[in-house]
Design a protein around this ligand. Structure first.
Ligand code: ADP
Ligand code: MG
Length: 293
């Protein structure tokens, strides 16, 4: 081989290596599929946990989200209210990677662009989501459900048969107390009340110690007492975690906001009003489209 051919070969190999390196650094969710490089730690130094800018999501031309912007601070408990169809669940879908917006930015902390990550990657870096319906392993005990939640899916089955470390046992104990299920640890999850199942699912999320928790209508179907206890639970999580809570139950929102925190009202895919609950409840536009006279 002549020297110039070798040089040309070396140049091509270098260019190829460069392209490969760029592949993991750019592109959307499809490009990040099967990524091998580790995603960096989220950076919360600027006080922002979640940053949405100008998000638009269209379904067959209908805009479920329309230039939605929202910032949630580190440790904040933010309640989101708004009529059915306002886009609340779609907003959560965009944060968790289930839906990809047509336009806009979604950042976790100040550095992590969530639009470049897959759904499992987003969960893995510390975004936990609670759907409307509880999804626990009905045939397993409360304790076993929490134990399974310690491991990611691939290790889940093995983990049931391996011994827990002291730290893990302590964490399960802590979470059992938080979710008011300490006395039900050995009970089959399928036998719990609807409210208790909701708490267990929140407990499963907490086992992963998420930085940001997204909770979609968490008290739907709960009794008044369960609702109150859920409010206490969320208030105890505030500060350690950032929470985004979507709810229609104004009594619950009132308990969570304690008369001073910011509530965001969504309507037709964008922010209609933002402020203290009492203020947004007195807002004419909010009354008209959502709360009624
Ligand atoms: P909310 O949670 O505030 O009740 P959603 O986010 O569920 O509202 O829905 C917002 C709007 O987008 C609704 O009109 C809904 O019908 C529509 N929508 C949501 N998901 C889809 C989808 N996958 N395909 C078509 N339309 C959808
Ligand atoms: Mg919804």
């Amino acid at each position: 081989m002549t020297p110039d051919l070798m040089e040309e070969g070396a140049r091509r190999m270098q260019a190829y290596a460069q392209r490969q390196a760029q592949r993991t650094e750019s592109g959307g969710r499809a490009a990040s599929f099967r990524r091998l490089v580790k995603i960096g730690e989220p950076d919360f130094a600027h006080g922002v946990a979640l940053y949405l800018e100008d998000i638009t999501v269209s379904f067959d031309g209908f805009k479920a989200l329309n230039a939605l912007s929202l910032t949630v601070n580190v440790g904040e408990l933010r309640c989101i209210i708004g009529p059915n169809g306002a886009g609340k669940t779609t907003m959560m879908d965009c944060i968790t990677g289930k839906t990809r917006p047509d336009h806009g930015k979604v950042f976790f902390g100040s550095t992590i662009d969530l639009l470049r990550l897959t759904e499992p990657e987003i969960a893995q870096i510390g975004v936990g989501r609670k759907f409307q319906k509880p999804t626990v392993y009905e045939d397993l005990s409360v304790f076993e459900n929490l134990e399974l939640a310690l491991a990611d899916d691939r290790r889940a089955r093995a983990s049931l048969w391996s011994r827990l470390t002291g730290v893990q046992l302590d964490r399960i104990g802590e979470v059992l107390t938080l979710i008011h299920l300490r006395d039900h640890a050995q009970r089959t999850a399928g036998l719990l009340s609807h409210g208790q199942k909701q708490w267990l699912e929140i407990g499963m999320l907490l086992m992963q110690d998420p930085k940001l928790l997204l909770l979609d209508e968490p008290v739907a179907g709960m009794t008044d007492e369960e609702t109150e206890r859920t409010a206490e639970l969320f208030l105890s999580l505030e500060g350690k975690h950032s929470l985004v809570v979507v709810e229609h139950d104004m009594k619950f929102v009132d308990m969570l906001t304690e008369g001073r925190k910011t509530v965001t009202v969504l309507h037709e895919g964008s922010v209609l009003a933002e402020g203290k609950l009492a203020d947004v409840q007195a807002n004419d536009k909010v009354v008209e489209v959502y709360l009624g006279r």
